[in-house]
Design a protein around this ligand. Structure first.
Ligand SMILES: Nc1ncnc2c1ncn2[C@@H]1O[C@H](COP(=O)(O)OP(=O)(O)OP(=O)(O)O)[C@@H](O)[C@H]1O
Length: 315
């Protein structure tokens, strides 16, 4: 079968996004051009900006570093790209994936900054898990990582952070927020750029990019990425939603894009939604919706030996 795009070479893959049979060369082109289109139509960047690429060494952020470098050169975006990694302190997982980031730093000739939970908070995830166990550790990790990325980006004086969140991640989040009735997050999670009004906006150039295509791109281009899941069990609830969407995808391949578009089209009745206030944490000065930010509340709990109370559980 011939490639549907060039009509010359033999088709080697069926695009997961639309089932189109394409050759490798055309796949690379459409994959990169769609991301360029997303960047341009959403005005994600301005010339001269310093962009921190959240680099975990996994497939998404490795492809992100590759594609951002490629497009920055091809279209002369004029961006100063840098890699920014957070070392959560998980032996046998993050130490290995950071080795991959270090190799990519050399491949893409980008500066790399690594910030660690140990330096920022005095705790590694390994130490936190010893105290709290495996049930709620993702809460600590998620809250700390979010702030650690901000802190790292401020350190390198970045104007924006980009992350490798892909279409599958966003569709899952839309679905999860609907199932939880969390309308504030539902409203926010489809934004391609959050925190526009803050000092450090975050962008998701892969908002419409299917995870399967990211894996294919990384695989065929032979990119160096680390493919092991976090050893501290992934978020179980998200796992169920992911399975559900994967099942639906078998009968309706466009389901991921459809869910994102539904999320974008839902109009939230703001009179019924409590939007969190925006203020600065009285302890660390970072963005908070209460007197203390979530990271400081969790950290105080850990330091006082009341970690479970800090996440709202009984001791
Ligand atoms: N430790 C980290 N350091 C820097 N950025 C990170 C880190 N962990 C996650 N990110 C950023 O957040 C995005 C989404 O993270 P998530 O935990 O969902 O991982 P993922 O889907 O497995 O992505 P990846 O394949 O890049 O690891 C990543 O693509 C990356 O840009």
């Amino acid at each position: 079968m011939k490639c549907e795009l060039c009509q010359t070479r033999n088709a080697k893959i069926k695009r997961p996004k639309n089932q189109m049979p394409v050759c490798h060369e055309c796949f690379y082109i459409v994959f990169e051009e769609e991301i360029h289109h997303t960047i341009m139509t959403n005005n994600l960047f301005k010339r001269g900006e310093r962009i921190a690429i959240g680099a975990s060494g996994g497939k998404d952020s490795t492809v992100l570093a590759h594609v951002m470098t490629t497009l920055n050169k091809r279209y002369d975006y004029g961006l100063n790209l840098e890699l920014l990694s957070v070392d959560e302190g998980i032996i046998g997982y993050r130490d290995d994936s950071l080795e991959t980031v270090k190799k990519n730093q050399i491949t893409y000739e980008l500066p790399l900054t690594i910030v660690s939970y140990k330096d920022l908070y005095g705790w590694t995830m390994d130490e936190i898990v010893k105290v709290i166990g495996l049930t709620n550790n993702c809460t600590f990790c998620g809250v700390f990582r979010r702030q650690a990325l901000d802190r790292g980006a401020m350190l390198i004086k970045a104007d924006k952070i980009v992350t490798g969140h892909n279409a599958d991640d966003i569709a899952e989040t839309v679905y999860m927020n609907i199932l939880r009735g969390d309308f504030f997050r539902l409203h926010k999670c489809v934004d391609i750029m959050t925190g526009r009004e803050d000092a450090l906006p975050r962008c998701k150039p892969f908002k419409y990019t299917y995870e399967k295509e990211i894996v294919m791109y990384a695989h065929f281009k032979k990119l160096d990425y680390f493919s092991t899941e976090c050893i501290y069990s992934p978020n179980a609830y998200r796992g169920y939603v992911r399975e559900l969407i994967k099942d639906l995808e078998k009968v309706r391949p466009s389901i991921i894009t459809d869910i994102i578009h539904s999320g974008e089209s839902i109009k939230i009745d703001t009179s019924n939604v409590q939007f969190p206030k925006k203020m600065n944490c009285k302890q660390c000065g970072f963005v908070a919706s209460n007197d203390l930010c979530k990271a400081c509340v969790l950290l105080d709990g850990l330091n006082k030996g009341k970690a479970r109370v800090a996440i709202g559980r009984k001791e």
